[in-house]
Design a protein around this ligand. Sequence first.
Ligand code: NDP
Length: 292
Amino acid sequence: MVAQRLDGKACAASVEDELHDRISACRSAGVEPHLSVVIVGDDPASHVYVNSKVKACERLGIKSTHISLPEDSTESEVREVIQRLNDDTSLHGILVQSPLPSHMDEEALTDLIHPGKDVDGFHPENLGRLVQGRLDGMLPCTPSGVMRMLQWAGIDLSGKQAVVLGRSRIVGNPQALLLGAKGADATVTIVHSRTNNAQAVCAQADIVVAAIGRPEMVRADWIKSGAVVVDVGINRVDDDSRERGWRLAGDVHPEVAQKAAWLSPVPGGVGPMTIAMLMENTVRAAEHVVAQ
Ligand code: NDP
């Protein structure tokens, strides 16, 4: 068996297509969707991510403001920027690019973002709504992008055994909640670093979502024949055969393509979906203002 490709790039393009009309409707109502992205420091990967988000805004005609602060900014300076953006009624989404420099309390700062402008979906109010099974708010972009991609591919989750590898606040935990939510209806197991025999647990699953940040750890013998495998991992690994000396690797080994029915590629899988869902959350926030 060779797995079908869960093509996040194509799915993201279809999400963007659907957003065009919604953005036009906002504009007609006098509201220009506007995302503000805050980045602190010089982490090169973060700058690449921010540029992709700004480019997506440009493609869609969403206004974007890019605020870049020096690495040695204080936490209270970042706090002031967030407060100013919260008070600015001309913008609808605020994103603080992770990671922040180590001298800052990242969770405390993202908690300051107004929940209605929290387009990353990390505010306790938005995550709390998800825990309550209310899926109409700001959902975290990566897990909701995974759900959209599975739906787009016509993969039925109802009654299936799903394993989520990882339990982070931004990916693993919300992913497990979304897979097990009413409407999706999978039966979900979470695997984390203390799980006994993760391989055997994973090998029972019809659906596997890997979000552990361990390059190519999920091998073919972790996967049931015909399973659906979504690779969230983005890891840089050394590769002397490349001019730049590294390549991107997921959390899933490429040999899994010989066993799974579906597999999302890295890059070109979950990454573009995360950005597409960020755009959708920004449009949703602007629509909320139109409706007021
Ligand atoms: P975190 O480091 O926050 O969480 C990793 C999770 O994996 C933890 O819950 C940890 O368990 C678990 N884990 C680590 N090692 C093992 C192991 N050997 N066996 C089982 N579980 C393990 O990572 P994130 O959730 O932020 O990100 C995960 C991956 O997804 C990364 O590669 C990241 O780059 C990528 N990512 C990709 C995005 C995209 O757009 N495609 C967006 C966000 C992230 P424990 O809790 O016990 O420590």
